[in-house]
Design a protein around this ligand. Structure first.
Ligand SMILES: Cc1cc2nc3c(=O)[nH]c(=O)nc-3n(C[C@H](O)[C@H](O)[C@H](O)COP(=O)(O)O)c2cc1C
Length: 184
């Protein structure tokens, strides 16, 4: 596991102190299970809901690398299912993306633009899974969340060699830290 060196500004910290008793959700995309495994394990640890976002038109093996990888490199957005994501029940939004061409996937690029009903004081954590080089893959996700009024407070990069349990534990620790920071 490597620390995320990608330090986009998280924006102002909310004064909302409702923290601990509110829910968390993990919104993720995964084609080959790495991100899914971490999301599922973390959801159990945190007690978070899970929302898997998929391409509306599934990638074939080659299309994922050619079309998907190129779209990712250019920051483009894919058509997705679900088309809208209701986050109104949640105060902590965790977004997980595989790294494609050192960027977030086109599926996640779209997902962060269709979040509906963000609560005041809602905060985000972003994580990316990669083989070796994440580049600045968490930055566009953090920026899009910031534009949606959901400041991303923490981000993580998990290389595939990192044990799933460790990655999930890191996310759970991040959520706990947010909750402690939000206490009056
Ligand atoms: C189209 C494509 C592009 C990728 N580009 C990168 C990359 O730039 N850097 C990297 O370290 N891994 C890259 N990978 C590997 C994935 O980021 C990594 O295996 C990730 O954990 C896969 O997540 P998933 O199993 O949840 O789909 C790429 C994989 C694909 C399919």
């Amino acid at each position: 596991m490597t620390p995320d060196t990608d330090k986009a500004s998280p924006g102002p910290h909310p004064t909302d102190t409702a923290g601990g008793k509110e829910g968390a959700v993990i919104i993720y995309h995964s084609e080959t299970d790495h991100t899914r495994a971490i999301a599922r394990k973390a959801a159990k640890l945190i007690g978070a809901a899970l929302i898997e976002v998929r391409p509306k038109y599934p990638y074939c093996r080659l299309g994922k690398y050619l079309r998907g990888g190129e779209m990712a490199a250019f920051g483009l957005k894919e058509a997705i299912t679900p088309a809208e994501i209701d986050i109104s029940p949640y105060s902590v939004i965790i977004v997980g993306t595989p790294v494609w061409s050192q960027h977030p996937t086109p599926v996640i690029n779209r997902a962060v633009t269709v979040l509906e009903g963000a609560r005041e004081g809602c905060e985000a954590i972003v994580f990316a899974t990669c083989l070796l080089h994440a580049g600045k893959a968490t930055t566009p996700v953090r920026e899009a969340l910031g534009q949606a009024g959901i400041p991303a407070r923490k981000s993580y990069v998990f290389p595939n060699r990192a044990p799933v349990a460790d990655c999930a534990q890191a996310l759970a620790g991040g959520v706990e830290a947010l909750r402690i920071e939000r206490k009056p």
